[in-house]
Each structure stands twice: as structure tokens, then as C-alpha cells.
Design a protein. Structure first.
Length: 76
């Protein structure tokens, strides 16, 4: 079975955030660097729903895991 292929823009849309390239880059610039001791879902700028989604997708290596990893790396 082929893995779904999502984009960073789609992840931002899923998180309820502006999903155009300029908004994504501004978000990353505003929130980086995320301390190594802070996991992505525990970052203070997420709401509870976003934290839950990120944690669930990451822990289950689910549909969005690759894009969650990409966002995590971009914020470091």
C-alpha cells in the first residue's frame, strides 16, 4: 500500500493555520529555534487540539508523520 504524500502547506491547513508559503515561512521564523529539550507537540505555541494531532500522528507514525518530522526539523 502506498503511503499518502502530504505537503507542509496541507499540514498547516490541517492544523488550522494559514497555509500559504509566506505564512508558513513567517510561522517558522517566529517560532524557531525550538529548544532540543522541547518535543514538537509540547511547544507552547500550539493549542490543545493541535498538540493532540501532532502527538498522535508522530507517535503512531501515521499519515502525517513525515510532514510533522519536516516541520520539527524546520523549527530546530
Amino acid at each position: 500500500m502506498e503511503q499518502p504524500n502530504h505537503t507542509l502547506s496541507e499540514l498547516f491547513k490541517q492544523l488550522g493555520l494559514p497555509d500559504d508559503n509566506d505564512s508558513i515561512e513567517a510561522f517558522i521564523e517566529e517560532h524557531r529555534p525550538l529548544p532540543e529539550s522541547t518535543t514538537l507537540p509540547d511547544a507552547p505555541f500550539w493549542n490543545e487540539s493541535q498538540k493532540h494531532f501532532l502527538r498522535e500522528e508522530w507517535q503512531e507514525d501515521a499519515d502525517w508523520a513525515e510532514m510533522v518530522d519536516t516541520l520539527n526539523n524546520r523549527l530546530r
